[in-house]
Design a protein around this ligand. Structure first.
Ligand SMILES: Cc1ncc(C[n+]2csc(CCOP(=O)(O)OP(=O)(O)O)c2C)c(N)n1
Length: 322
């Protein structure tokens, strides 16, 4: 299906929003204004945006420790996101969750998750819920190559395949799980081939090509809505940054590998594509879009800084287990 220039520009805006939001979050984290830990999605924006732009607001997604991109792509509010990173009571979790625990059920964002592979079982349940609701909803799980070797991945794939649940399992294969390379730790060259073990389609896509990701995701969404069951989509991509933004964070990746992937930047590629199509995006429009995004991020930081920290007496509010 044709992706209109308007939709492509919207995808670009979302990808650039993720990037600028995270660049600022990283700076503020290093400056000591944000506590906990920040994992950046920079370099992988085409996956979240390509997939989420194939979804409806009611469709549900679940994310990982590297979750800001999925939140933005699904329509989360930047102010509340930044306030959460800043630990303020106006944040999505009233400032008690931080970067790895942003959720917004109103937009179908079931949450980021600090437990590697923690989202797989939850989203499979969400897929079952969507099937039982009978309204054609789908559920999408984003996870990493590292998570694809953990037990819940295989259990989830089996049950979703068996019950034909409307789920997209989207593995973001960025070649590394912290300092462990997928080449060493994953038993197959292409994680998508694991789908064959469960009798479902496995698709490999260039995860830095947002239009291709969108096309592949749209097909899987159509299958899911038609009751034909889950799809495993492997997006080949790369993170531009180290595993976390901690100044002391190690990085085992070869510099030449990083340099090669920087040349495949998903945002540069979409800009070049739009500029190549006469009149779809000129330099002034791209500059204006970027300025608007920078202002939006700045406003989110101001919102966060003007918000109060949660009160000590609220420490046990919203605690569901003890
Ligand atoms: C159950 C569990 N084990 C280990 C960790 C520590 N840990 C955090 S991120 C990470 C690597 C995850 O790699 P991957 O799934 O490929 O995602 P990526 O970081 O590459 O996006 C590990 C081992 C954790 N958070 N949870």
């Amino acid at each position: 299906m044709e992706i209109t220039p308007e939709k492509q520009r919207e995808m670009l805006r979302l990808m650039q929003t993720i990037r600028r939001f995270e660049e600022r979050a990283s700076d503020d984290y290093v400056a000591g204004d944000i506590h906990g830990v920040v994992h950046c999605y920079i370099g992988e924006e085409a996956v979240a945006v390509g997939v989420c732009s194939a979804l409806e607001r009611e469709d549900r997604i679940i994310s990982t420790h590297r979750g800001h991109g999925h939140c933005v792509a699904k329509g989360a509010d930047l102010n509340r996101m930044m306030a959460e990173l800043y630990g303020r009571e106006t944040g999505y979790c009233k400032g008690k969750g931080g970067s790895m625990h942003i959720a917004d059920f109103n937009i179908g964002m079931l949450g980021a998750n600090g437990i590697v592979c923690g989202g797989l079982s939850i989203i499979t349940g969400a897929g079952l819920a969507a099937q039982m609701e009978g309204k054609g909803g789908v559920a999408v799980c984003f996870f990493g190559d590292g998570a694809s070797s953990a037990g819940p991945f295989h259990e989830a794939m089996n049950i979703a395949a068996n019950w034909k649940l409307p789920v997209l399992y989207v593995v973001e294969n960025n070649l590394w799980a912290m300092d462990t390379s997928a080449a060493e730790a994953v038993s197959v060259a292409d994680i998508a081939t694991r789908a064959a073990g469960y009798g479902i389609p496995g698709v490999i896509v260039d995860g830095n090509d947002v239009l291709e990701v969108h096309r592949v995701a749209s097909e899987a969404v159509a299958r899911a809505r038609a009751g034909e069951g889950p799809t495993l989509i492997e997006c080949k991509t790369y993170r531009h940054r180290r595993h976390t933004e901690r100044p002391t964070q190690s990085d085992a990746r070869p510099p030449e590998e990083i340099a090669a992937w920087m040349k495949k930047d998903p945002i540069d590629r979409l800009v070049a594509h739009l500029q190549g199509q006469q009149g779809q995006l000129n330099e002034a429009e791209w500059g204006a879009m970027n300025d608007e995004i920078m202002n939006e991020v700045e406003r989110a930081v101001e919102f966060a800084k003007a918000s109060a920290f949660p009160k000590p007496e609220a420490a046990l509010d919203d605690v569901f287990a003890d």
